[in-house]
Design a protein. Structure first.
Length: 131
């Protein structure tokens, strides 16, 4: 399964086939399921931190930057950083552009997390450019 792109690739293929045959609402359902999956993974990361198995520090930030901003793990890691205001402004802009184009529900969820983190490190013009 990992050889052929894993679960994400299977899901994209299923969406593409469903759209081709006129099945409606799969796009929104899948987009919302992606957000739920990300939240589940982010919760797992927060639990690991509480258990002392994970530190959310500069090494975590570096690891998050190496992960794809479209993989469940990469998004979940960014979610934790967003909540704490630890995301870099350039990463924030790049992530939001990607997410608004591919999954607006994810972009909305992550924007709320960034707001929760106080948009630390962000300049007003960077936030306004995204609106």
């Amino acid at each position: 399964n990992k050889i052929f792109g894993g679960e994400n690739a299977q899901e994209r293929d299923r969406q593409r086939i469903a759209a081709r045959f006129g099945v409606r609402d799969t796009e929104f359902k899948n987009a919302k399921e992606q957000v739920a999956g990300v939240e589940k993974e982010a919760s797992r990361l927060r639990d690991q931190e509480r258990a002392g198995k994970l530190q959310v520090d500069n090494n975590f930030k570096t690891a998050a930057a190496k992960e794809s901003n479209m993989s469940a793990r990469g998004i979940a890691m960014r979610s934790v950083l967003y909540e704490r205001g630890m995301i870099e402004p350039d990463e924030f802009v790049k992530d939001m552009r990607t997410w608004t184009a591919t999954n607006p529900f994810l972009a909305e969820s992550m924007m709320k997390k960034a707001q929760q983190g106080g948009f630390r490190g962000m300049k007003a013009d960077q936030i306004v450019r995204l609106l």
